[in-house]
Write a protein that binds this ligand. Sequence first.
Ligand code: GLN
Length: 314
Amino acid sequence: MKDTLTYEELKAAVHAAYDACKGLTGGQNAHYIPYLANVDSSLFGISACMPDGRMISVGDTNYKLGIESVSKVPTAILVMRQLGADALLEKIGADATGLPFNSVFAILLENDHPSTPLVNAGAVTACSLVEPKGSADQKWKAIVSNMTDLMGSEPELIDELYQSESSTNFQNRSIAWLLKQYGRIYDDPEMSLDLYTRQCSMGVTADQLAIMAATICADGTNPKTGKQVFAPELAPKVTSLMATVGFYQHSGDWLYTTGLPAKTGVGGAVIGVMPGQFGICAFSPPLDDAGNSVKAQAALKHIMEGLKLNIFSR
Ligand code: GLN
C-alpha cells in the first residue's frame, strides 16, 4: 500500500471519478419508501476527508440525503462505545449474511444471532442495546449525539422521510418481533424499531458522511473537531464489519473489485474507509438490485483504481 497518499493525488482521483461517472445511467431510486422514490435521481456528489481534516468536495455534497443504512455504522459504534466490542459480538454478531438487508430468512437460518449490526435485524437489536435502557428520549439523544461526534456537526431528522418509512415498514416490524421471539431484543421491540426507523430518516450531507468515515479512518479521532470519539482499538472492528457485509449479498464482489471497506444506504450514499488514508462518501440516488447506489459504486471503484490502493495490498 502507498503510505504517503497526498492531498493532490486524492483530489485528482476524486475529480477524475466525478467526471467519468457523472453521465452514468442505470438503477432506480428506492421504490419501497415513497419519499426516496421522489428524490431527484440526477443528484451526484463525492466528498473525501483526510485524517488532517483537509477535504475535497465535488457535486451535490451539501444536499441533505436520507442516511438510511449508513446509520447502522454509527449506532454499531455507539453500542461498542457503551458496552464494548465483545458485547457487540456476543449479542449481535459480526458475520456476513449473504442475503438482502431486510432478510427474514437470515434470522431464521441463524436464530441464535441477528448476524451483524449492519443489516436491518442487527441494527434493530443495536437500537435495543443503546443505553440508557427504557427511555426512548434518552436513547435517541445518545444516537444523535454519537452521530454528531462522528460527523463534527448535527444531523437533522427529515420528518417527511420518517413518516414515509414508518407507514411502510411492515417487514421491519416482522423482523423486530421475530428477534423478540429469539430473545435478541434487549428493550421494548416497538421502541427499538422506531429508533431504528428514525435514525434511518436522518438528513445528512455527503460532506458530513465523509467526515464520519474519516473519523473511523483516523482511529476514532474526528479530523475536524480533534475529539477522540471512540477508542482506537475499535476502528478495525468497525472497518471489518463494513468490509464483511457493507453491500449485503454483493459484499464479496465489492471487496474483490475495489478493496475498499464501505457501507451503503438506500438513500444513495456509500461511505468508504481507507484506514489512515481517507474517509469518503459518494452519493447518487439510483440503486442496483441489492439497494446499493450505482453511480456511487462506480465512482469509488474509479477512485480506488486511480489511486492503486487496496486494503489487501501493500
Ligand atoms: N430504512 C431502510 C430499511 O429499513 C434502510 C435500508 C437500507 O438502506 N439498505 O429498509
